[in-house]
Design a protein around this ligand. Structure first.
Ligand SMILES: [Zn+2]
Length: 315
């Protein structure tokens, strides 16, 4: 039987999955990325994890149709070079060649946001659709765009940095050097900052109980717990966050008008608490608010598996 290997190379962990041709993850293993490290050390770890999986599953490398890697940066598919990955400290890393030293197999890579979008397109919420914008809310805001059943990479493989379009001119400074980026308002990191600021203004908020009075312990998860308890401050923070999110999403829809737009990442686990108000908010803003056909907005279904499945089945 033929298998595929999908690698999710993140700033925190490296996850390697053995994936079937039906897009199922058969087995997986992982290790810490352990930054800062050289590209060679990281690729050696990827190779070690792949070997480990093959031995465990008693599969020979000949049964692997291809190995695909989702990289958090600009992956030039013509040259095989990762031109830039800020989290990994990669500048012009000859990534495919490094991995080829270990395996004489077809090896592909792409930006991790693109790989995750491809996974949702092949096997998740966007299965059967032809165009997709995938928004991933994590430390930053990542994205992947599928147009006419193909990943849209742009002319230089750097497209879909949707976290870095400005939703508020002269707004909050972003890591990229601009001010007011979508990511500075609608990432999980931004949400935590918004929660802390609101908590300082309401010392009686239930959020304080949920973090044991320690601001260091504030994370998105507790916001949703507090909202369920009808905490006023938590509800206000979530409402505002939904508004920020809606501006960026409405912009994406106005530009691409995809069949479907999905929202993934950690906070999507509480998606049922915000998807309806978010859709309502977006619908008030999109140019096509009166059109009979609208982009469907959904919570992504594959979670972190999207990146592994998508990477495994990259073309
Ligand atoms: Zn930015």
């Amino acid at each position: 039987m033929d298998y595929y290997i999908g690698v999710d190379l993140g700033g925190t962990n490296i996850v390697v999955g053995l994936v079937s041709k039906e897009y199922k993850i058969v087995d997986r293993c992982s290790c810490s990325t352990n930054l800062p490290r050289s590209a060679k050390e990281i690729v050696d770890d990827i190779a070690r994890l792949i070997q480990q999986l093959l031995i465990k599953q008693k599969i020979s490398i000949d049964q692997i149709k291809s190995i695909g890697v989702g990289v958090p940066g600009t992956a030039n598919k013509e040259t095989g070079i990762v031109e830039y990955a800020n989290n990994l400290g990669f500048y012009d890393v000859d990534f495919i060649s490094l991995l080829k030293e270990h395996f004489d197999t077809k090896i592909c890579f792409d930006n991790d946001g693109n790989a995750a979008a491809w996974g949702e397109y092949l096997a998740g919420c966007a299965r059967g659709y032809h165009s997709l914008v995938a928004v991933t809310i994590g430390t930053g805001v990542g994205g992947g765009i599928i147009i006419n059943d193909e990943i849209y990479t742009g002319s230089n493989y750097a497209a879909a940095e949707i976290g870095h379009h400005v939703i508020c001119m002269d707004g909050i400074p972003c890591n990229c050097g601009r001010k007011g980026c979508f990511e500075a308002y609608a990432s999980a990191t931004a949400l935590t900052t918004q929660m802390k600021a609101a908590m300082e203004l309401d010392k009686k908020s239930y959020l304080w109980d949920l973090c044991d009075g320690n601001l260091e312990k504030v994370e998105g998860k507790i916001l949703f717990e507090a909202v369920l308890k009808e905490d006023k401050t938590a509800t206000l923070v979530l409402d505002k966050f939904i508004q920020y999110l809606s501006v960026g999403i409405a912009n994406m829809i106005n530009i691409f008008q995809p069949d479907i737009l999905c929202i993934g990442g950690g906070i999507s686990k509480s998606g049922h608490l915000f998807i309806e108000p978010l859709i309502e908010c977006v619908n008030q803003q999109v140019y096509t608010r009166n059109s009979s056909k609208q982009t469907k907005i959904v919570i992504a279904t594959l979670d972190n598996d999207a990146g592994i499945i998508g990477a495994a089945h990259l073309k």
